[in-house]
Design a binder for this molecule. Structure first.
Ligand code: FES
Length: 121
């Protein structure tokens, strides 16, 4: 990992790190301890690893982020989108690879440890 590698910032956690071009987002998240679910082991089957690519200039992070900061949609991801559907801006983090500085939002539905409603005793 060199300082010339792209900067990846995850929200809402704010965890960030530099990763070599071609690193899958899910791998980057794991290495930073960012909570992203993955049930299918990164095979573009479960859709639990969905993230939202932020668009725009993030002065706070010094990052210009857009869909072009990530690799193009993979064949497996395209199939998932055709089968189940992926909302605009959403990517499967096991498929999307880092190409440039990027800000990535992890929605609550993709977090393993999302808040659990406890039943009354
Ligand atoms: S980990 Fe299952 S679709 Fe990405």
């Amino acid at each position: 990992m060199s300082t010339g590698d792209p900067l990846v910032v995850f929200t809402p956690s704010g965890k960030r790190g530099r990763f070599a071009v071609g690193t899958p987002l899910l791998t980057a998240a794991r290495s930073l301890g960012v909570d992203i679910d993955s049930v299918c082991g990164g095979r573009a089957m479960c859709g639990r690893c969905q993230v939202l690519v932020a668009e725009g200039e993030f002065a706070k992070h010094g990052v210009q982020s857009s869909a072009a900061s990530l690799s193009g949609v993979s064949e497996a991801e395209r199939k998932y989108g055709a089968r189940v559907g992926l909302s605009a801006g959403r990517r499967l983090s096991c498929q999307a690879r880092v190409e440039a500085d990027v800000v990535v939002d992890v929605p609550p539905s993709s977090q393993v440890h999302r808040q659990v409603v406890r039943k009354a005793a």
